[in-house]
Design a protein around this ligand. Structure first.
Ligand SMILES: NC(=O)c1ccc[n+]([C@@H]2O[C@H](COP(=O)([O-])OP(=O)(O)OC[C@H]3O[C@@H](n4cnc5c(N)ncnc54)[C@H](O)[C@@H]3O)[C@@H](O)[C@H]2O)c1
Length: 444
């Protein structure tokens, strides 16, 4: 099949590359010229394991193309995936300007029957808006062209995106037209061979499923973080509690790791957007507000523990920070807890030396240039360089190379052998036996 994917970010590029890998011909379109030029030169603008191989090989085979012109790409296909960003607006609602902008352009260019697929995460009712905008453009042109709008939310995880797309838990297709449903089923059949993973439903059901899934996962994390806070105060060990409750098959072990808060481009914005949807419908989203509130609080948990240990004035102190990406496996720093931590440490007068296996380039753009110029923040070339002469190490992102570090070498390098473990990666007795002072999240 011939497809167009509009928006070549984490979702769009993975979607385009994976469909091409299955033998389809895909044009990925983006307004960001720099990104498209990089891709045409074999440079992948984001870090995502396994993505570079399939992008480069499918580009060479001619199945994957890149363009800045939606009009040109549309001539080649009749299925258009909208995978542009839906960032939070001022009031928390998802900003639909990119999605509706693309819909308008599709309306101005379409010539024959086509299927417009909302792949971006969009509020319930957006497919109707997309349909409305396209109809307006067709009416303006004075033409009648049949088309369908389908909701096909994406559930991939950054860091495992290619794998998730290739072997999805489920493929949600929200549609009210038989023709579109069949086209989508045919397209996704290759990802569903082992057993049927395709769930057909109404458009609004599909739109809501995406938000409900992310909100449920965020809820599990925030719940566990709240329990961790209680454990801290009451002298219980949240890691024991985690195992104790995870063993209950009704609860399960996944997404109950306590830590320094969730970040990324999805959970925070999707929880906020769902809150907004509830408020717009005069409902009080008490659970969702609590999930969001707990997470905002949780992003300060490390700096609070640090000031409890060193005092509120941190001038003269240097902190080594391991991990800047919002989670391992990605260079994405959107809404990352590391950003809140660094602002707070540097705001209190500390200097920070940070290291992340892949997010260093993103970090250079993320933080104020003044911090680099005045020495408040430096980026280390290696994880051990980040701990040289520091007063404490703060672990923020649980990358694998941080799991079993050389503690005895670190003890010699650090000015003070103190570890703040924002992801409960280390075994407290072992770290203490190595001569470190240890603070985790919710651990005795
Ligand atoms: N990142 C994830 O893990 C993830 C997972 C599931 C769903 N989603 C959802 O998918 C959507 C995209 O997320 P992302 O992380 O890939 O975003 P992203 O910011 O990485 O990429 C969006 C891309 O769209 C491009 N774009 C904007 N307007 C355009 C236009 N008019 N024409 C062509 N390109 C345009 C931007 O230049 C950018 O490259 C969001 O709604 C997000 O919530 C993201």
């Amino acid at each position: 099949m011939n497809l167009t994917v509009i928006g070549t970010g984490y979702v769009g590029l993975v979607t385009g590359a994976c469909f091409a890998e299955m033998g389809n011909t895909v044009t990925c379109v983006d307004v960001d010229r720099g990104k498209i030029e990089k891709l045409m030169n074999g440079v992948i603008p984001i870090y995502e394991p396994g993505l570079d191989d399939i992008v480069v090989s499918n580009f060479k085979e001619g199945r994957l193309r890149f363009s800045t012109s939606l009009a040109e790409a549309m001539k080649e296909s009749n299925i258009y995936f909208i995978a542009v960003g839906t960032p939070p607006g001022e009031d928390g609602s998802a900003d639909l300007k990119y999605v509706l902008g693309v819909a308008r352009e599709i309306g101005t260019q379409m010539q024959d029957y086509c299927v417009v697929v909302d792949k971006s995460t969009v509020p319930v009712g957006t497919a109707e808006k997309v349909r409305g905008v396209i109809r307006e453009e067709l009416a303006r042109r004075g033409v009648e062209i049949p088309f369908d709008v389908v909701s096909n939310p994406e559930f991939l995880k950054e860091g495992a995106a290619v794998d998730d797309f290739m072997r999805p838990d489920r493929i949600i297709i929200g549609s009210d037209g038989d023709r579109a449903r069949e086209l989508m089923r045919t397209l996704y059949m290759d990802f569903s061979r082992n057993h049927d993973r395709i769930l057909m439903m109404g458009i609004k059901d599909a739109e809501m499923t995406k938000y409900a899934a992310n909100a449920m996962l965020a809820t599990k994390i925030s719940f566990m973080n709240e329990i961790a806070g209680l454990c801290d105060s009451l002298g219980a060990d949240v890691e024991k509690v985690r195992l104790g409750i995870g063993s209950d098959s009704r609860i399960g072990y996944s997404f109950i790791y306590p830590g320094c808060g969730y970040g990324g481009s999805c959970f925070p914005k999707d929880v906020k957007a769902l809150i907004r949807m509830a408020e717009e419908n005069r409902l009080e989203p008490v659970v969702l507000q609590a999930v969001h509130g707990r997470n905002e609080e949780q992003k300060h948990v490390l700096s609070r523990k640090i000031t409890a240990r060193f005092g509120s004035d941190l001038s003269g102190l240097v902190f080594g920070v391991w991990g800047l990406a919002f989670k391992p496996g990605t260079d994405d720093m959107r809404e990352a807890p590391s950003v809140v931590l660094l602002r707070s440490l540097i705001g209190a007068g500390a200097r920070v030396r940070a290291y992340d296996p892949v997010a260093m380039d993103v970090a250079r753009d993320e933080f104020p240039a003044a911090w680099f110029e005045n020495g408040s923040l430096s980026l280390a070339k290696h994880q051990y360089e980040a701990v040289e002469d520091v007063d404490a190490l703060v672990l923020v992102t649980e990358w694998k190379p941080f799991r079993h570090p050389d503690f005895s070498a670190m003890k010699k390098m650090m000015k003070q052998p103190i570890i703040f473990d924002g992801r409960n990666q280390y075994d407290p007795p072992r770290v203490k036996a190595e001569g470190f002072e240890y603070t985790g999240i919710g651990r005795r």
